[in-house]
Design a protein around this ligand. Structure first.
Ligand SMILES: Nc1nc2c(ncn2[C@@H]2O[C@H](COP(=O)(O)OP(=O)(O)O)[C@@H](O)[C@H]2O)c(=O)[nH]1
Ligand SMILES: [Mg+2]
Length: 356
């Protein structure tokens, strides 16, 4: 999963990127437009995988990963190109979800924090950017019509783009638009910003953290939101001493690391679930979407497994842990054979029988 961090300059994107990735990208005021985007891949610390690894003692243990993109292309007030331009644009267009960082700390020479306004400002920019893309495409479709290329496919595309233009013009995100499967596919191709799942990270200072329930409820009316104490959590992530980290976190009333909290929210937002494959060679976590079938899970592992799919052997992580071994799970009758339409559940352990 790829998560793009966006927000106004000096909202703390790079600080949060560092907290999430334990990296040390330079945190610098006012260098945004020129800076390269920071990109880092981190493992999703799923305790279930650790436990499975203890049980199976495989040669390799493979976690799923999240790629964080600290997008540096937002420049203040350059109306001509829109706020979103510059290096990293392509990276952010490929993100599966966006995390909008809103400043809720004071820092000279920035004015007092106005997170609600900042969120709206960024969303306006995202909407404008989407509108421009849709209108440009409509123009090109009109040209094609004039050259006599009024195909069925183009007409379907035109229709959905017109709906998008109307919708976005009313300041509404494309993710709220009801689209059928075919339309969804067309729209996905444009990688519109407001079509992506989005969360807000309220970046509060150490002193205010945990005391912003009114502000959080206000943001929650429109967005999924999570509060970070960015600066503090970046410093925490640099301690490299889990025990000390825990003590400091407890002091602040933080129960889980920033990365774990964000990961949980992002999985929910994107609709991801995890299933596992186990054995003496490899214990591995995989991500698919909620509602995906056993056949789709097989395809996530390898296209051959989907092509030659026969059955999925299936049991659950919870049963394995409850009864202690695969053998015990079988004896309890909790080891099942599922067909290709079986809806895979979070925590399923699968073994695909196939034949190619
Ligand atoms: N007090 C405080 N300062 C922060 C926090 N997060 C970032 N900063 C400071 O705000 C400035 C801008 O942060 P940076 O991460 O570079 O913002 P970016 O422009 O969005 O990438 C830096 O001086 C940071 O040290 C925070 O949570 N609290
Ligand atoms: Mg930055």
């Amino acid at each position: 999963m790829k998560i793009g961090l966006i927000g106004l300059p000096n909202s703390g994107k790079t600080t949060i990127f560092n907290a999430l990735t334990k990296l040390e990208a330079p945190v610098t005021a006012y260098t945004n437009a020129k800076a390269e985007p920071n990109v880092a891949v981190v493992e999703v610390a799923d305790d279930r995988i650790r436990r499975l690894s203890e049980i199976y003692r495989p040669k390799k243990t493979i976690f799923t990963t999240i790629e964080f993109i600290d997008f540096a292309g937002v420049t203040k007030g350059s109306a001509k190109d829109g706020l979103f331009s510059g290096p990293g644009m392509e990276l952010i267009k490929n993100a599966d979800a966006l995390a909008l960082v809103a400043r809720n700390f004071s820092k000279e020479p920035e004015p007092s924090p106005t997170p609600i306004n900042d969120i709206e400002k960024i969303i306006d920019e995202l909407l404008i950017s989407d509108l421009i893309i849709a209108e440009n495409r409509l123009e090109r479709i009109a040209h094609a019509y004039m050259r006599g290329k009024k195909t069925n496919a183009l007409q379907i595309e035109e229709k959905v783009l017109r709906r998008i233009v109307d919708h976005v013009s009313e300041n509404r995100a494309i993710s709220n638009l009801d689209l059928d499967r075919e339309q969804e596919k067309i729209v996905r191709g444009f990688q519109f910003f407001t079509h992506k799942p989005m969360m807000v990270i309220l970046n509060s200072d150490e002193y205010g953290f945990g005391k912003n329930s009114d502000l959080l409820s206000e943001i929650e009316k429109k967005h999924q939101v999570i509060e970070f104490a960015g600066q503090f959590e970046m410093e925490l992530s640099r301690l490299n001493d889990p025990e000390e980290e825990k003590l400091f976190m407890a002091d602040m009333g933080i129960e889980e690391s920033a990365r774990d909290r964000l990961t949980r929210l992002a999985y929910g937002l994107v609709g991801y679930i995890s299933f596992f494959t186990v054995g003496p060679d490899e214990v591995r976590a995989w991500n698919i979407h909620e509602g995906n079938t056993a056949l789709e899970a097989a395809g996530a592992i390898h296209s051959d497994l989907a092509r030659g799919f026969i059955r999925a052997e299936c049991f659950t992580y919870d049963d394995l842990v409850a009864y202690g071994s695969e053998k015990a799970v079988r004896e309890k009758g909790l080891f099942r054979l599922e067909g290709k339409n079986y809806l895979v559940q979070d925590g399923n352990i699968l073994s695909i029988r196939f034949n190619v």
